[in-house]
Design a protein around this ligand. Structure first.
Ligand SMILES: C[S@@+](CC[C@H](N)C(=O)[O-])C[C@H]1O[C@@H](n2cnc3c(N)ncnc32)[C@H](O)[C@@H]1O
Length: 225
C-alpha cells in the first residue's frame, strides 16, 4: 500500500525534530568528522571534475539538506561560485548555516533557506549544480525530490547525490538495521533504485560508485541534458 500524505508528513516532522535537537552540536559530532565531512569533500571533488569538463565560467549551486552549511562553506573558496544556496527542513540547521554564511568573506554570494526537498522554492533551471549529501534517506517521497532536483537544474547541470550504501551486508546492517533503529522512518534507496529514480526523472550520464569511509556510501552523479 502506498504511504499516505499524512504518513509522509509525519516522517518529515520526525526528521525535522531529530535535526533541530542536533543542530548546535552537529559540527562537533564524531559522525560528522568520520562520515559526513568526507562525503562533503567527495562532493567538492565531483564538482571540480564537472567544472573541468565544461567551458570555464561561473556556476550556481544548491545544496539540499545542507545541514549546517559545511559543503557550501568549502565551495566558497572557489571564485567561480557565483551563488551558493543551502536548503534544510530543520530551522536550527538552516540558522546555523546562515550564521556561517554571514561570517564568510563574501556573504552576498551565500544564502540559507528553510524548506522541503520535495517543494524547492526556486524557479526552473536556477542552478548549475545540485548536491544532496547524507539527507536523501529522510525523504518520504524520493521520486518527488529527484524530480525537483531535475527541475531546478539548467541543461548541462549536474546532480551529486550521496547517501548510505546498503547493498552489501555491512551497509545493510549499518543503514537498514542500526540507522533505521535510531532515526526511524528512514529509507536508504538501493543502488538500482537510485539509478531508476534518476533515469525516470530524466537524468542522463548516470555514474555510481561506492565510497568507503567508516560506513560505505553510494555516490551517484547525473547530468541534465
Ligand atoms: C545528516 S544531515 C546532513 C547534512 C549535510 N548535508 C552534511 O552532509 O553534513 C541530514 C540533513 O537533512 C535535512 N533534511 C531532512 N529531511 C529534509 C527534507 N525533507 N528537506 C530538506 N532537508 C531535509 C535534515 O534537517 C538534516 O540537516
Amino acid at each position: 500500500m502506498a504511504p499516505t500524505d499524512h504518513h509522509r508528513q509525519r516522517v518529515k516532522t520526525h526528521a525535522r525534530s531529530h535535526f533541530e535537537k542536533w543542530a548546535l552540536s552537529y559540527d562537533r559530532s564524531r559522525l560528522n568528522e568520520v562520515v559526513f565531512f568526507p562525503s562533503v569533500r567527495r562532493c567538492q571533488e565531483e564538482i571540480l571534475r564537472w567544472k573541468a569538463q565544461r567551458p570555464k565560467g561561473a556556476f550556481r549551486a544548491l545544496d539540499v539538506g545542507c545541514g549546517t552549511g559545511t559543503l557550501l562553506s568549502v565551495l566558497e573558496a572557489d571564485p567561480d561560485a557565483e551563488l551558493l544556496v543551502g536548503l534544510d527542513y530543520a530551522e536550527g540547521m538552516a540558522r546555523r548555516a546562515h550564521e556561517k554564511f554571514t561570517a564568510a568573506d563574501e556573504p552576498e554570494r551565500m544564502m540559507a533557506v528553510r524548506g522541503d526537498s520535495e517543494r524547492l522554492p526556486f524557479v526552473d533551471a536556477a542552478f548549475d549544480v545540485v548536491t544532496c549529501c547524507n539527507s536523501f534517506h529522510h525523504y518520504p517521497h524520493q521520486e518527488r525530490a529527484v524530480a525537483e532536483f531535475f527541475r531546478v537544474l539548467r541543461p548541462g547541470g549536474m546532480l551529486v547525490l550521496i547517501d548510505g550504501f546498503r547493498d552489501n551486508v555491512i551497509g545493510w546492517v549499518i543503514f537498514d538495521v542500526c540507522v533505521a533503529m535510531v532515526e526511524k522512518h528512514v529509507h536508504h534507496a538501493s543502488w538500482s533504485r537510485t539509478r531508476s529514480l534518476l533515469k525516470e526523472a530524466g537524468f542522463a550520464d548516470i555514474t555510481q560508485k561506492k565510497m568507503n569511509v567508516l560506513a560505505p556510501l553510494l555516490v551517484s552523479r547525473a547530468i541534465k541534458r
